[in-house]
Design a protein around this ligand. Sequence first.
Ligand SMILES: Cc1cc2nc3c(=O)[nH]c(=O)nc-3n(C[C@H](O)[C@H](O)[C@H](O)COP(=O)(O)OP(=O)(O)OC[C@H]3O[C@@H](n4cnc5c(N)ncnc54)[C@H](O)[C@@H]3O)c2cc1C
Length: 338
Amino acid sequence: MIGARLGRVGEEQDVQVVVVGAGIIGLLAAHALVHRGHAVAIHAAEAPAATTSATAGASFKARSVAPGPVTDDLVAMSRRVLEEWDRRGFSAALGVTRHRHVLASDAATIDLPYADRMDDVVRRSSDDGATIRGGFRTELSFRTWYFDVPSVLPAVVAHVLDDHGVAFVRRTVGSLGEVGADAQVVVNATGMGARELVDDERLEPIRGQGVVVPFADPPDWSVSADGFYAYPRDGGLFLGGTAEPGAWDRTPDPAVTRRLVAGNARVFPALADLPTDDLEAVVGLRPYRHGGVRLDLDRDVAPVPVVHAYGHGGAGWTLAPGTAVAVADLVERVAHHG
Ligand SMILES: Cc1cc2nc3c(=O)[nH]c(=O)nc-3n(C[C@H](O)[C@H](O)[C@H](O)COP(=O)(O)OP(=O)(O)OC[C@H]3O[C@@H](n4cnc5c(N)ncnc54)[C@H](O)[C@@H]3O)c2cc1C
């Protein structure tokens, strides 16, 4: 189906777009583009379920991403999009919910970038007599969006591919020029793949390992406590997490799995007795980009204009809704100005 006009066709501004990458950045970019009437196909080496996006926690919080004006704008834009999704019932359709995320620490204070943009922020300290779960010294919690990845990712895929008829082509793209022949604009949403694809040495993986464990009665909140974190999962918990800059190995390390279970037992004591031999561990490579997320229009890298959208580090789920709007705006700049 390469080159076919897909999605809502026939409108004056239709642009044929190939999105390279089927992680959350590429999928939501495709979603925004079809909603604006453009014809979209996704080309990707890995199916969505095999991407780093599938290995995330995940909640709305901008961590492990280079700070700067692009990140600031994307945080703000993503918030606006998610609020709109909430109003229209689209969040509910995808399974994106609101819950409380708790940060706990033995340190005297907790520093959270963007705390001022989070809702209903509560700070507590044992120094002031508060009792904090896990015996930690301080706690900062806020209400945020929760992306239950095993249910939200397939819902996004079904919406984009089935409801909107976006074609998915499984292929490894060797150069953006290869796909350029099939499209008027190419979107480069290849995460860590962009390091090789466009020779971007600013990209560095931050390896993250997590593990799903059975847990009776998972909470309706999530927690990050001094290097360990836990998210509710259907009948269990998703436990993290490591953050290893420069590490590329996507094979889970059983010793790390044991450490994640033991570390999270401070907040969930029942985990201390959990056998760890048969647990399902996952590894993702957060696409951290020194200098910030790349989000721009490039007319030099391929015969057709390319919109780059990669380098979201540990905040791709958070920044994807806003990135999708920015990508669609850049594609339309090409449509209007050539
Ligand atoms: C353990 C962990 C926990 C996380 N928790 C959170 C969280 O709580 N909140 C949050 O916001 N974020 C979180 N993240 C970060 C988030 O998952 C990433 O920022 C996000 O997944 C990046 O998405 P992406 O679409 O850019 O890349 P990816 O998901 O890696 O997708 C890249 C796509 O590009 C394709 N591709 C690459 N190269 C090529 C090529 N040459 N040809 C064709 N296709 C190619 C791949 O096959 C894939 O389909 C977490 C990450 C990890 C690992």
